[in-house]
Design a protein around this ligand. Structure first.
Ligand SMILES: Cc1ncc(COP(=O)(O)O)c(C=O)c1O
Length: 411
């Protein structure tokens, strides 16, 4: 497979030309949000300068162009995740809203007190709190898949956990540990007991080729901003028949076919779930992001990040040995290039502040996964997360900055 030309890729991202503290910006926080290439910025700029109008309303030329650009973006996103039908992509604000949509519509209709929803210990709050809210409201039971010592899902007790469950909701890739979960066996196990599978694909769609049909998932949630697109838009994928069986989410314009004083009828999917004026420019930008990723190739991106993960793990081990604990598997087939770590005796936040002086952007905190932090027995970690525009020089810069931080706190 052809190696990525990262120098050329970096040149597509204006933010990566920025200097901070008079040093080259080393952006290692893509798990929080990715940088945006010129192709995305230009597409959004062009939309606002040339095609700005509301969608699905006007019949004048510019309004029709706006609608076409918006719906064209949906088609690009649908193809990117191998949806069978463009109508299976519901535009929402982000992955969080996608999961909440499922909790509010499908789950409220189909779950009763005593029904079980199975989650895992590595979930982001976005895939925990909506279910806890529903548990408080409906009296459903939440069950948890634990982790192995190698920071992977411990599936040894899965049949018991799934017994009588209505939904299995798990992340395809952990935003903290970098763990990649094998989705298809989870779908098979859920379906074997008549449960549905929701995949939080917020971290996996940006980094791994995604085929929702090969996964045989029922719901897939993801956000544009982690995959080179703008903030403010994401998607829920589900099969058309399942979406059609669900009641609407928010009420208002767009989502109706007819409204009378005594009631309303709903629009077709996906618009049934898209009340109000949507994020039009953001959809256009997301479409451009998906084209950009597609042109580079998701297999090439995965290959690049796999290599980068191996390089970074070896580098951190060589430079810091046992003084640095990495919370994540070393099996490169089961992880992405996201690293959570802690230095012995130094707080995660202190590390991230000192490496910032070297213009290295890493995140410190609980990464919206507090239950996982409790499982790990730590209040916080420092996290470095790589993407297609990062290279070995960025990993070296991280290691140099960490060495400086370690020295700073040595006493
Ligand atoms: C695994 C995972 N799920 C869900 C989310 C929520 O994404 P958003 O904030 O875009 O809704 C994130 C964001 O960090 C994430 O990493």
């Amino acid at each position: 497979m052809k190696a990525l030309d990262v120098t050329r890729i970096k040149a597509d991202f204006p933010m990566l030309e920025r200097r901070v503290h008079d040093k080259r910006l080393v952006y290692l926080d893509s798990a929080a949000t990715s940088q945006k290439p010129l192709a995305v910025l230009d597409a959004m700029d062009d939309y606002y300068r040339q095609r700005n109008a509301n969608v699905h309303r006007g019949v004048y030329t510019v309004a029709e162009e706006a609608t076409a650009a918006f719906e064209n973006a949906r088609t690009h996103v649908a193809r990117f995740v191998h949806a069978n039908d463009t109508a299976e992509i519901v535009f929402v604000r982000n992955a969080t809203e996608a999961i909440n949509l499922v909790a509010h519509t499908w789950a409220r209709t189909n779950l009763r007190a005593g029904d079980a929803v199975v989650l895992s210990h590595l979930e982001h709050h976005a895939n925990i709190v909506p279910w806890q809210m529903l548990a408080a409201e409906l009296g459903i039971e939440l069950r948890w898949i634990p982790l192995t010592d190698d920071f992977r899902l411990d599936l040894s007790d899965l049949p018991r956990l799934l017994d009588g469950a209505k939904l299995l909701a798990v992340s395809a890739m952990s935003n903290v540990l970098g763990t990649i979960n094998d989705v298809r066996p989870l779908a098979d196990a859920a379906h074997a007991v008549g449960a549905l599978l929701l995949v939080d694909a917020c971290q996996s769609v940006p980094h791994l080729a995604c085929d929702v049909q090969a996964w045989d998932a029922d719901f897939v949630a993801f956000s544009a901003h982690k995959m080179l697109g703008p903030t403010g838009i994401g998607a829920l994928w589900a099969r058309r028949a399942l979406l059609e069986s669900m009641p609407p989410f928010l009420g208002g314009g767009e989502m109706i076919r007819d409204v009378r004083l005594d009631g309303f009828t709903t629009n077709d999917v996906p618009w049934k779930f898209e009340a109000g004026t949507p994020a039009i420019a953001e959809a256009v930008g997301w479409g451009a992001a998906v084209e950009y990723l597609h042109a580079i190739g998701m297999d090439a991106i995965r290959n690049h990040e796999r290599g980068l993960a191996g390089y970074t793990l070896a580098l951190l081990e060589e430079r810091f040995g046992d003084r640095l604990t990495i919370y994540g598997t070393h099996n490169l087939d089961a992880r992405g290039a996201t690293f959570s770590f802690l230095f012995d005796g130094i707080h995660a936040h202190d590390i991230s502040q000192v490496v910032d002086e070297e213009a290295v952007c890493v995140r410190a905190g609980h990464h919206c996964a507090k239950p996982l932090m409790r499982v790990l027995g730590v209040p916080a970690t420092t996290r470095a997360s790589f993407y297609l525009y990062n290279d070995e020089a960025d990993a070296d810069a991280l290691a140099d900055a960490l060495a400086r931080a370690e020295k700073f706190f040595a006493f």
